[in-house]
Unconditional design. Sequence first.
Lengths: 333, 333
Amino acid sequence: MRIAVDAMGGDNAPEMVVQGAVQAVAESGIDITLVGDEEIIRAALGRRSDTRSIEIHHCGETVLMDESPIKAVRMKKDSSIRVAFDLLKRGRVDAVVSAGNSGATMAAGLLNLGKIEGIERPALASIIPGDKGRVILIDVGGNVDCRPIHILHFGLMADAFSESCLGLNDPKVGLLNIGEEAGKGNEQVKTAYKLLQESSLNFVGNVEGQDILSGQVQIVVCDGFVGNVALKLAEAMAENVSRRLKDDMMDSLLGKVLAMFGRSFFDKFEKTLDYAEYGGAPILGINGVGIVCHGGSSARAIKNAIMMAVDYVEKNVQDRLAVQVSELQTVSS
Amino acid sequence: MRIAVDAMGGDNAPEMVVQGAVQAVAESGIDITLVGDEEIIRAALGRRSDTRSIEIHHCGETVLMDESPIKAVRMKKDSSIRVAFDLLKRGRVDAVVSAGNSGATMAAGLLNLGKIEGIERPALASIIPGDKGRVILIDVGGNVDCRPIHILHFGLMADAFSESCLGLNDPKVGLLNIGEEAGKGNEQVKTAYKLLQESSLNFVGNVEGQDILSGQVQIVVCDGFVGNVALKLAEAMAENVSRRLKDDMMDSLLGKVLAMFGRSFFDKFEKTLDYAEYGGAPILGINGVGIVCHGGSSARAIKNAIMMAVDYVEKNVQDRLAVQVSELQTVSS
């Protein structure tokens, strides 16, 4: 198996990306194609000896984090993210992982691979470390001004994804809203509620902000605007809490003593808050495996995202997704 | 000064509400009118001796948590929340505090007191314990399907509120969005961006989910749908982290030892995550002081919300708000 990794994508590219790729190779024995400026990638690889399974595919352009995604992807045909998905289209690699501009990653995936039949808008599914296990929050990728039918599609895709990839059978689906009662919310969610209710999904109704974590449902569907805000807030809170705990410790003698004796305890606690543990977020709805990582991903987060892509390919999630979506839609319609 | 407290409002009413009122009286020497079913309130007050400053105003109805706010407020003329705002309108009390149905509380305030001139939609301002001090998030009250002008108004009100009440001079205002660059987001925020930019506010541009905490801005404006989801998520995360820390401690011998020796440390840490510390959320934009508390408020949260109302009245925030909003709007238009 070979995974294409966008070596130029992310705030810490190419160093962290290359490090993550090296770690993934060491851990799993897969092959990796680093896509980007060869000279820069070679410098980042340095004198590492463990790079036999890593090849470099040179390209001359990069989509920057603040560029307009669709425009940049259309214009920059030799950008690392477009070239990576092009390799996937040509069957040279099995999946793409990128920590670059997430809108551009989605756009490049869509442009090169096309959509799964029946899906109007691909979406980004984030895996949240909830109180009672993983929760899929979809869309977090910035599909703004969604129509209600798109929210239904997000549910269908997440349902198919969760069964094959997370081992969840008939997961409960909740619609993110401002109250539990039917009839709450804006016009978009009121209509989405009806569509979800009429679908074959195990739809349990509206859920609220706290239920992204509570475990009441395993899938939370929402407009990409709300999902994006929620994800970034949750990530920031998890990170801040860990940092505050450390800062507080270094602030007092008691804290320092606790830190010294309680290291294993605090490490374990922090891990439950660690979003990097879950690697990246899959793009659901395109004809191929694409994983989007946080722009600020650490080497470990990149490595975990690559491992997620490997798992995704091994379990043949992509084909199952297409089949299940078409079956679910037949039942729904 | 006399504060009306909706004794029937909230998941833990009347017990927690009455306890909070008793604590507030003990702490500050103010007078309180508990509004609700006299018999039930008397039972909750029990044999407490410290109730001289507390009077009961009987009424026969209650708006339930899951009732449709506007309908319930219109129909139930003798409900505790309507009667409380009626007392405020008649000058019998100086402010209203309720942990009941927040939509109904806003609707009752609006119905009884009317809006500040120039404001189309009153909003709920939540005070978030951010990394670098308090941040005002507005609207969290469920003004869904907001027009861009409403989001501008939220900014104007929060600006006026922060100067007089939180001691913030010329606070930075950010628009909650899915990216920092201008031109990001849905149609609503794109237009709101322009209105904010043309206003007299210290508008710094778009901010993302993480900036609700980061301290990059002191005011975050958004549609009530997004704000409500974000607030509930943040509250839940803060609570969960504290609980996970405790659970983890009780799970291991090392944790138990740490808990025993580190109690003062952990108490301090938890306090930084404690949303109840900040009491309630003021309704901005109505002609009077109304504070909304979380439905699940503890006695301490109720007490803190009452103290916030007292502060709000003492500093004459309401008049200042009206003046500043009109001044800001003159500059804006």
